[in-house]
Structures are given as C-alpha cells and as structure tokens.
Design a protein around this ligand. Sequence first.
Ligand code: ADP
Ligand code: MG
Length: 700
Amino acid sequence: MSVNVAEVFGADVFNEAVMKERLPEETYRQMMKLMDEGGEITLALADVVAKSMKDWAIEKGATHYTHIFQPYIVSGAAEKHDSFADVPEKGRIENSFSGKNLLMGEPDASSFPSGGLRATCSARGYTAWDITSPVYVRDRILYIPTVFLSYTGESLDTKTPLLKSIEAVSKAGVRFVKMFGNTEAKKIIAAVGPEQEYFIVDRDKYLKRPDLIYTGRTLFGAPAPKGQEMEDHYFGSLRETISNYMDDCNEQLWRLGITAKTQHNEVAPAQHEIAPIFAKSNIAMDANMVVMDVLKKTATKHGLQCLLHEKPYAGVNGSGKHNNWSLSTDNGVNLFKPGEEPYKNKQFLLVIACLMEAVKKHSLLLRAVASNTGNDHRLGANEAPPAIISIYMGDQLGDIVNQIIETGKADHCAHSGKIDLGVKTLPVIEKDPTDRNRTSPFAFTGNRFEFRMVASSASIGDSNTVLNTMMAESFTKACEALEGAEDFDAAVDEYITKVMRENKDIVFNGNGYSDEWVEEAERRGLPNCKSVVDAIDASFSDPKTIELFTKFGVMTEAELEARKEIKLEEYSSLINIEAKTMIDMAGKEYIPSVMEYTTELANSLNKVTSACPEADVTPQKELLIEVSSLLSETNKALTSLKALLKDADKQGDTAATAKYYRNTIMPAMEALRSPVDELEEIVDTKYWPVPTYGELMFEV
Ligand code: ADP
Ligand code: MG
C-alpha cells in the first residue's frame, strides 16, 4: 500500500495549522506567543484550548486523554488514561475535558522512584502541560506531553531539567553571541537528531527465552557460527519482513508528526537503525520516546520483537543512540558551523574552545549520564564507543586547533577539495572537510557534535541536560573574561589559545579502540571508568557537578543526590533480576536438559558395550566425561551465585550495594554462563532447551 508522506504527515497532531484553523483568532495568537516566549497560561485560555482539542480529538476517534511524562529512570513514558466521560444526567453524558484537565494532573507518584525526595506516605505528584511539545492522538488516546513534579516542587522526571538546561544555554548563548555583535538573537536553540538502533527477533523464539523476556538481553548463548565478520549486514538490502515492519512504523510516526527519515540495517545481524530529522531537544526527546514505543508495539503486531537493550547478544555489536547535537541562534546561525574559512571565524573557534573546556571538565559526568546498566556491556568492553571521553575534531578543525595550541594562532586551513572520479558520466564529488571517525565518543561532524555514548533504551534527556548546561557554564565564563575587553579581538585570540592549551588533552583524532589510546589517555589523566556505578558515584557528588547544576538552576543538590540514588538503585535491581533469571534458567532448563543428555550418552555407552564388548567406545566416554564435568562446573557456579545473591542486601548504602552487584555478582554470573555456553557447543541440538544465537539472529 502506498503512502504519500506529505499527506499523512502530522495528521494526528494538534499542531500550529490545526490551532490556526480551530482556535479563535485571539486564543491562537496568545498560544503562539506562549509557545515562543513562555509565560503563565490562564485557566480561561486553557478552557478554550481544551474545548477545541477535545472536539478535534473526538473527530480523530479518541475516547480518552492522558498526560504523558518520563519519570526519572523508568525507561519509557508513564501514562494514565481518563475517558471523556462525565457524570450522567438523566442517563446521558457529555464528553468532558476542561482547561484544568489539560493544564495539570495529579497522578499518585508513590510508585515511581524518587531517590528519597518523597516518602511513600506523601505520594502526591503533579504533571503540568509542556506547551512547547505537541499534543497528539494515538490509539484513541489524546496525549498531552507534561513534566512531572513532587508535591514540594522537585522534578521527578527527565524533562524538567532538560527544559531548564535549554533556558540556561539559551541565556548564556545569547550573551555570548552578543559579544560578536549579534544583537538580534533572542534565543539559542539546542537541537538534537537521535539515531535509534535496535534489534529485531522473531517473537515466537523470543518467547522461548526467559532472559530476553525478563531482562531484554541474552544471559546465556554460545556464538553462532557466523557473526558480523563478513560485514554483509550493514546497509544491506532489507528483508521483506523488516521492510514491511519499517513501513508500518514510519507511517505511524509520520502521522504523529515525527520526521522518520533514515532507515537501514546496522552492523550486527538483525540490527537496524531509524533516525528522524533533528528537532529542538525537548521535542526530540518526546519524539524519541514515541519512536521507541512505536518500534516495540509494531513489532508485536508483525510477529516480531524489538529489542532496545544496549547489548542483547555477546560477541556482536550492541545498540546505542547517537545524539547529534547543535546550538543555533534563532536568527539562523549554527554555532558549530565552521564556515568557509574556519580559521578566521573567531566566534566558531571560541565556541570550540568552550566546548573543549566543558567536555574535559565534565567528562565523567557525560560518561555517567549517557550510561545505564545495559550500556556497561558496550562502554569499556572493547566496543563502540570506548568509555574514555575524548573529542574528535577531524582533519580540518583538528589542524586549526593544533596550530592554535602550538603557535598561538591559526593562519591557514586545509580545504576539502573535490574527488574527480575520471568517469565523464559520474559527478565530481565535493569532499567534506571532516572524515568520519566511528571510534570517537564525541565527534565533530561538520555542523554538529555527535555524542555516541548514549544508551539505546534510555531517554536522551539526561545527556542533553548535561551538554546544554556545561556549555552554558563555559559560555558564561568566556563572557565574564571577555566582555568589556579593551581590545576585544586580541582578548578573544588570547582566550582561545589559553583555553585550547589548557584542555588540549581532550582532543584525540586517532583510533579510539586501540590499546595505545587507553595507555595514552592514562598518561593524559583522562578518566577511563569501566563501570557506570563508579562513574555515577564519582561524578554526581562531585562539587563541580553540584556547582554546574545549581548555578544554572537546572537541579538542586537534593535533586541531584536523588538521581544518583535512583540510578544506583536501578543498577542493583536490574542486575538482581538478571542473576535471578540466570538461576532460574540454569536450574530449570539447562541442568535438566544436560542431565537428560548425559543419561542418553550413558545408555548408549552401556548398550554398545554389552552388544559388542570389543567396540571402541572412547568417543562416548570422552563426551560423557566432558559434559559431566561442565555440568558439575555449572552446578557449582549456580550454588555460588545463589549464595552470593543472598548477601546482596547486607552491603550497606545504595552505592555499596551497586558496587557489590558490579564487582561480585556480575563475575559470578559470568562464571555460570561460561560452562553453559560451552555445553551448548557440544550437547546434541535436540536436547537444547532454548533457541540459539544462530536462530535468534539469523532466522527473522
Ligand atoms: P549518520 O550518517 O551519522 O548515521 P544519520 O543520517 O543516520 O547520520 O543521522 C544524522 C542525524 O543528525 C539526523 O538525525 C540529522 O537530522 C541530524 N542532524 C543533521 N544536522 C544537524 C544539526 N545541525 N544539529 C543536530 N542534528 C543534526
Ligand atoms: Mg545513522
């Protein structure tokens, strides 16, 4: 079935065009002003908007409405549906939806993590409409994007701090560009294009893997004979099952006003990617939540399962969410755009100096917020991207930065040039000034920086909150140093040189996967934090983090402390679920199956020997010995994991518990996995209780 993208795009969104058409002129004007400049929405205004929204939604088939928000850490969004039903009069009802219903909600917040900000007995939480993010109808529900706060006003979600960071960088950025004579700019817009990676697996096979069901990743599994070594999957042509699935997802996303743009196979077998066109970061964050939800729900409809986990399979690439991030003025200047002659572009070079300073100063915090439990299997596990944060500048900018560091000024730059293929019918290609470097966690890609560490299943909120706030800090520092300088040009040159020299160690243009880089980074004193647990513990309580967030009004110290608690608690809970799932699978599936197999081997051995005493039964014997010994190893590892897990709640505070899970439980899980995976390679297939890696990755 063919779809005209332009026709379906935004069909289910209460967007500007719908508002213009349906709202009274004055209400429309007020709404546009509020959306642009902020301010308080009166109940009277909200009543008018709500009425129009309700009528529109009902025409779209909606029966319910819900506030939708992203509670801190619970991946995915939270929603609670209320129907439009009102109190009946004479047995009949009106559809009801008021301005108050639109503006705020009062969900019971006690079941969401608060990290100690709120005792369970004071359960009240509030949701408040974020008018900057569009309202839409999906599956007969009117969705209203909101923020989520505690009774005492602390943020309990990922969006409130992001919105505050957007304001912080906007304010500091406007002050910054003003120094360069841009007095027109009223705002700085932080934009993001998140590339979403995911795996697809056949749903029937998925349902036979308790580890995938409970944890989203395989906790056991020997490698398939084929992995990603042939590199034949990346950009390969899409199989029909997958392209039908993607078509379905795209159409739903377009209807919801989400610009699903790029789709392709990724490096690992059964791995794919979808990317929208970049948007303002709070809108991009909401849209990405919808993308993840559509990917999951649509897969089920197609007999598939979508895995958003960062590392569903050992031995092949995991999934991330490349966060393409830029800052632009509202009068159209992208601060990360080098222009024709970047070495003369002072504003751009100062922005780069500020960025170097910010990334160097907050590298551990960046590492911590981009990570979650699943991402630990990617970062620091010889995979993209490495756990060490560094910036890749590319050839042209890298050379300019070098010139400045070495000589105090840059007087030329490499030009990109053309590639002439020498075939008359082929076009001459304009080269980009930057090549790509897939091994860098933070790469300059011509007009934006691509932060590649972000976890595939997580909200992009936290990462962008840090990116924006750290730039607000560096911009402010630059303004304080340079505003009012007698000779502004000379002062800027001097400042750029000073800051680039002080922070030169954060730049690395080589291969981020190499062992040499690990050694070099250590010499430079860059943190290489293998575990998210250590990164959170070290960065969230660091005075420079507290200063960063409090100074720019993004988070209070109490909010930050709560987030640290929540992240660490989440880590422990997830590893606990993984360990329990392994115990279950080993005890109830693998061990009984392997025992059956050993019985079969023993029977065969006895039968052959009694039928023919002189027959050579060495193969049967050797196999029986090998399988029995691995079985015994499995059993010992299982007993040990069970015992260790019992001690998990005796560790003391949240950080100590998380460290125990990381340093003691995880190795015990590895010790259990290893003999089972070895068994999988030798036990007769018909005894193996669950689908193998080969079946999961290649039979979709
Ligand atoms: P890649 O080749 O890196 O995989 P994709 O096309 O998959 O690139 O994704 C690139 C993402 O970067 C898209 O979401 C795109 O809209 C976004 N992007 C492009 N320009 C900017 C910009 N100036 N600011 C933020 N994001 C941008
Ligand atoms: Mg991409």
